[in-house]
Design a protein around this ligand. Sequence first.
Ligand code: URP
Ligand code: ZN
Ligand code: ZN
Ligand code: ZN
Length: 473
Amino acid sequence: MQFDRIIKNGTIVTASDVYRADIGIVDGRITALAGDLNDSDDIVDATGLYVMPGGIDSHVHIAQPSGDGIVMADDFETGTRSAAMGGNTSIISFCMQEKGDSLRESLKVYHAKADGECHIDVAFHLIITDPTPAVLGQELPALVEDGYTSIKVFMTYDGLRLRDDEILDTLESARRTGALVMVHCENEDAIRFLIGQHEANGDLAAKYHATTRPIAAEREATHRALSLAEIVDTPIVIVHVSNREAMEEIERARMRGSKVVGETCPQYLMLTADDLDQTEMEGAKFVCSPPPRDKASQDACWDGIERGVFDLFSSDHCPFRFDDPAGKLNEKGNKSFRWIPNGIPGVATRLPILFSEGVQKGRIDLCRFVAITATNHAKLYGMYPQKGTIAIGSDADLALWDPAKTVTITNDLLAQGADYTPYEGLKVSGWPVHVMVRGKTIVDEGKLTGEKGFGAYVPRNRSSMMASHKPAD
Ligand code: URP
Ligand code: ZN
Ligand code: ZN
Ligand code: ZN
């Protein structure tokens, strides 16, 4: 049999196995996995490399408006370009409903932003900010059928947050339609109270972003979200968990029988609140929510990764330029931390950081690396087995990793829209040197070779978790 392309002599890694085989590709899909394939004019030599499923980052914000003239640093071209440089072949980005708009209208806007711009494949979660009966009763069921099978709701942020009754309505609709709900858990009223106190005291520096969003505010909201989900018997995903107390809420809910998935992110392994405590507004570079905590919280997040509390490791890429009046250094942000836009870039650094700090330092094995960076995302968000694994029939979305390559991270390397990375100067061991989407090389020798427009929109199935969930009724 003649193949369009063969990946030869690599060590294949999936969420369950590590083995030597060649990969045959026809029409962008894997059609053979065998010991010695030769029938192709296009042979990629993977000697000494791990051949892994390309990363799937299921928590990425791109081109999402934040009001007050603040703009995100990445559009779909730069965001997906940077994702590719970091070994990703798919992202799931957010489509945010503007209050008063229908979900369909919102999707039209985000598809228009993404169409023809992407370097890698893209799907959309729906952020619901206005859960009207029409949205939950009519739109959501139809959209789930159309392949938009996950939503995010916020318990914090003025203008985005939902009340508990609205969250219950949304969860109930999700249960009926089979949508999977992601929840951002922080207690907005507590945060507003603390912000008011700090501003009254004249405590305005970036570091107070962290003190006004304490662990207790995250733990309480996590407990509440889990309780609401339990009340309507609906599975949920608790996103961007930053500390042990919130993590333990997830474990307790699981012990009660709830179906809960936990997600954590590189910032909670690598940064602390001390990073926000810098002069000249440098601390603004690290402002995200929940905020980075302390060393004990970092250890807790590693523990959660190792013990399987966290099944998802995502970037929560939410980039703003630093030296920019439309970014971190906007006029109001200079006056109070309250106005510094929340979010940090990270789509390109997620995988190298976990590979280096996790696999190379012996905290997790290769299979777990693949599971929490690709396979679980595909299964949980309905892209499996098209995406997230190396198997006959799957898309040939592959990242070839050189475990011996040492890289010092600098912003220049990441091809992103932001003018900084929170990880500038970090030395990592292991790098995705060759990345292909549906069999086509988009990064080679660490250089971008793909073109925008090759990345395609991916309609999704229902989550594996929703499909297997039999409501108690
Ligand atoms: O600070 C953050 N995380 N910004 C992105 C939006 C979100 O809450 O995920
Ligand atoms: Zn969030
Ligand atoms: Zn986010
Ligand atoms: Zn190559």
